[in-house]
Write a protein of this length. Sequence first.
Length: 467
Amino acid sequence: MAVSGTTKGPEVLVEIDRNRPEPLHRQLTDGLRGAIRAGRLAPHARMPSSRVLAADLGVSRRLVVDAYAQLVAEGFLLSQHGSGTRVASLYLTEAPAAADVTTSASYDVDFTPGCPDLANFPRNAWLRALRQGLATTPSDVFGYVAPQGQAAFREALSGYLRRTRGVLAEPDQIVVCGGVTQGIALSAQVLRKLGGLPIAIEDPAFWFHRIALRHSGIDAVPIEVDEDGLVVDLLADSEARAALITPAHQSPTGVVMSPARRAAMLEWAHAGNYIIEDDYDAEYRYDRAPVGAMQALAPDRVIYLGTTSKVLAPALRLGWMVLPADLVSLAVRYKMAADLGTSIMDQIAFGQLLASGDYDRHLRQMRRRYTSRRNAMLKGLSRFLPHATVLGAAAGVQLAVHFPVGYPIDDLVRRAFELGVKVEALQPWYADRSSGPPGLILGFADVSESQILRGIQILGQAANGLG
Ligand SMILES: Cc1ncc(COP(=O)(O)O)c(C=O)c1O
């Protein structure tokens, strides 16, 4: 299914589902007509260009041109030379009141980082996978039997992780869990039991991971990240016995850990320490070769964590740990004490999605889409915020931008919000907020190209006169 503009903005709201029997051109014209009737496309609103809408929906431009022509003929759209295509005012009475529009959504474009394209969760493929998986799953699997995760699913996951990330994961070394977040909490419990504390964390790091560790009673030791990744010399000088790192795509700077640092990190681990490898968005690479997981180089010292949050949906809460063999039973015990195991239904569906090839297809489609969105963001940034330096754009679902020292970033965030654009400042990602450079972290995967360009343009306006 492809949906345009459902991310947050009201601009265009159309669903295209290749699995439905109606032809695509019917779905598109019906969808646009319905959006105009319901007032989701307001009278006089400018329609995106056929090229932009086609790219957003993943359909041919011809299809969009034909749909626009049909709706012009029906009087729903107006095509005026020089000012593009606009919604006709005929349906003014059905449009929402202006007050509703301004109060129902306090912002138009949401650049909150961390989300994949939620409107494109593969609903049909997921339902098909669940139906197929359930048809062959024996009933005894539905009991209180698998805190470690369903055996068949761990088998499928083992093959997938080996194939795509080079992870050496025997099925019995895998513990299925509720995303990376639970993986971190369980790792913390295991390490505490083994004397693997304190735990170091990258600085900057995803701010929520500091909170998650604190919630487990651990005050993580912040270790600086530079342009080669975590500064391992500082780690070695610290008291830390374990380190939570994002070597394939540092969060939030986007740095790929250099070969020399990887080697130093492995040496540190082999000296009796543990690495918690957070491989949260490894699936998305735009203009460089994938970087293999570190786990394969030290499977007895690395707890590897993965998730479906960036490829499918964060709300699934489905992830996995791959543990050194001697840590597995402890992790399973803590997992069992936490919740008796992750939903078997989700494991059945996801396992089947992997086996059928639908997951790979979804990933390829999303990779193309995010590349276009990433490119739109880079284009917008260079045009409307030329004094910002972009970091970490080669991978993932978000990128970071730095502004010159002393730039009033909080004012920019506030002004942008007042103009309808939500952005997050980078400083909270630093252990000491005041030590972080002025910057933003911008999600681009859950925002259409036209919204990205509009949002960055508004951000440019908000920046006017600030620095
Ligand atoms: C660095 C990092 N790791 C992991 C995750 C995903 O966590 P989870 O799998 O719990 O959704 C995120 C989500 O934003 C993240 O930023």
